[in-house]
Write a protein that binds this ligand. Sequence first.
Ligand code: FAD
Length: 443
Amino acid sequence: GHFNRADIVILGGGPAGGATALGLKALGYEVTVIAEPRPFKAVEGISERVLEGLRNAGFKLALANLPDPSPRVASWNGATNSANTEMLINRSELDNGICKDLMSAGVTVINDRVGKVSEERSGFSIQFKNSEADPVKAGFLVEARGRSAPGAGLERLRGSETVSLLQYWKGEPCQPQSAAESFEDGWAWMAAWSDGTRYLQLTFDVATANLPDKAGLIDHCNSILATLPSAQPFLEDAQPTGIIHARTSTPILCREAVGDNWIRIGDAAMAVDPLSGNGIFQALSSALQAPAVINTLLQRPENAALAKQFYQQRVDHLFHRFARIGRDFYASEERWWNNPFWATRRNWPDNEPLHQETDPDSLKVVKMPVVNNGLIEEHEVVITNDQPLGIWHLNGIPMAPVVRVLQQKEIEISPQSCLQTQLGMSPENAQGLTRWLFQNGWL
Ligand code: FAD
């Protein structure tokens, strides 16, 4: 037919689509990315960790003009902390830079809005919204359109419906800075850019915030901002532009994020609410796993189930980890304990602790999917109560044989000597590993 399994098309050119495109290119695939620039202006704060993730994903031009970190004030539960910094980035510029990185890596980038996507017998046909160009055919489809990726028919886990209302004010040029502050019905994030643009974002619970209709929204937001001490520097000498934009920020997890000839990555696979300011980091985490999963689906269809299991487990894990971080942060705001905004969020998604103390009795050797040379394969790994996805290697040492040695009925001599005599480890390596095993609760 006219479908070629290895014609990979990525919808969306944000951090996730971009990172997967670069990863696939490195594995030798031809890749087409269809992306339109973000339809609205957005400022986002990124930490050193997110920057590191963007660098590791292979972006260069996208990171060429990033601003220096600027001060960040956080006011939560009545306490104020101004020890942190973040980089305030213009998302349109970041996404434009990502497209440039893709083109310089040899990825085909089509600048258009994706229209209808139809599944055909052995692939997908993608129509364009803004041009008369013929539909593009994809043997493999990567859905990376972020939160706007269509999800009808997919089983999804959703947290409380959440909306972030953004306003742009115009003020005098100033030092770049940002602030976050909680209030009775939600929390605010504010940023000021050196050119004087002020970016004011209030996040609410959709069901219980009693938000007024569109005409009254700006006044409602402004009356809240007027009461927030840390908002005052952002309002001084500045005027509202009258523009308000709503972004959905409901936590959402796709229960089925991968199929035989498609995968969802980034926010299209899972997104938590923007409280942690780590959205780009999470988007990159799923996007960086995707190339090996796609490579396996295309080259080793006999391992498809394994590859899908690998990917879904990681998406679920990432979602729960960041949802629980958010939950604990909401629980630390105690002033409006009975307000539904806070009450629902501090109890969701569950009551499991973020981390568990490792219980040495929980250690088990099991077969699990791992990444090896760009493919998903099954190998023996060690799982623990705190590491359900398993550990295959530690600094190049396979861990399953180590745990087998430790779990022998009677260890007459020290664990270190056992590792030396039974696994042929050098005394230094056996000593270093034994120390690690003790420190991490494996012994
Ligand atoms: P996106 O970055 O959303 O990329 C999707 C791309 O697809 C976009 O370029 C879009 O224009 C394009 N696209 C969409 N539909 C189509 C179509 N039909 N045709 C063609 N192209 C299309 N993260 C942080 O790290 N720091 C923050 O401060 C932060 N603040 C946030 C505030 C709010 C209110 C929200 C909702 C999120 C915030 N995030 C933040 C999260 C962050 O924006 C996302 O997690 C991240 O951008 C996800 O990357 P992605 O590549 O999956 O999707």
